[in-house]
Design a protein around this ligand. Structure first.
Ligand code: VGL
Ligand code: ZN
Length: 202
């Protein structure tokens, strides 16, 4: 079976959820919906990619070093772990990003081998979910489009930080303008059933 579509779950880590150091309001509420997507991709032997923010303890994005953010997602700490409710499947591909002290990287493609991993799996379309809509999700989606991948974005499977109140709404508009297909996970899953059925019968 060709694996033309992959699921990308961006940064669903403890520090970005309530109780973490850089919490996205209701960030954990999207997890059950993402788990449903993970189940469907796994059942159909389709790739599931999890990105994680994976900073050294002296990362440049931290306020202490002149950056905009409190310390978060420090390598091998509780805050950097995936949220315990997330059903990380066996065989998931884990992509660590922003691993160098002096370099910020919001996109899962920035400084990683994500694009070549996807291409070698025959993937040309990605479904992007996770945190945060207005930072790492947005940058991952825009890079994916620039790299020639089609992008589906289920709006109910992502949440934003909203440093400014309209940031998430603006991020959705920007991603749509750039060519992402915005939808909701229930609509996507309905179409996906057809996709999976037709590819297994051919
Ligand atoms: C993120 C702020 C800082 C994100 C990562 O995952 O959206 N936001 N580092
Ligand atoms: Zn970060």
């Amino acid at each position: 079976m060709r694996k033309e579509i992959a699921l990308i779950v961006v940064d669903l880590q403890n520090d970005f959820c309530p109780g973490g150091s850089l919490p996205v309001k209701n960030g954990d509420k999207i997890i059950p919906k993402i788990n449903k997507l993970i189940d469907r991709f796994t059942e159909n032997s389709l790739p599931v990619i999890l990105t994680r923010d994976w900073h050294p303890s002296d990362h440049c994005s931290f306020i202490r070093n002149g950056g905009p953010w409190p310390e978060h997602c420090i390598q091998n700490t509780w805050g950097a772990r995936f949220h315990p409710d997330l059903k990380v499947p066996k065989g998931a591909i884990i992509i660590s990003k922003a691993t160098q002290a002096e370099k910020e990287a919001y996109s899962g493609f920035d400084g990683t081998d994500l694009a070549s991993r996807l291409r070698s799996l025959g993937v040309n379309k990605v479904v992007v979910t996770g945190l945060a809509t207005d930072y790492c999700v947005k940058n991952t989606v825009l890079d994916a489009l620039n790299l020639g991948f089609q992008v589906i974005l289920p709006k109910d499977c992502t949440k934003g930080v909203n440093v400014k109140p309209k940031d998430t709404a603006e991020a959705f508009m920007q991603m749509k303008k750039a060519g992402a297909k915005l939808t909701y996970s229930r609509f996507f899953l309905n179409e996906f059933t057809g996709h999976a059925a037709s590819s297994s019968s051919s």
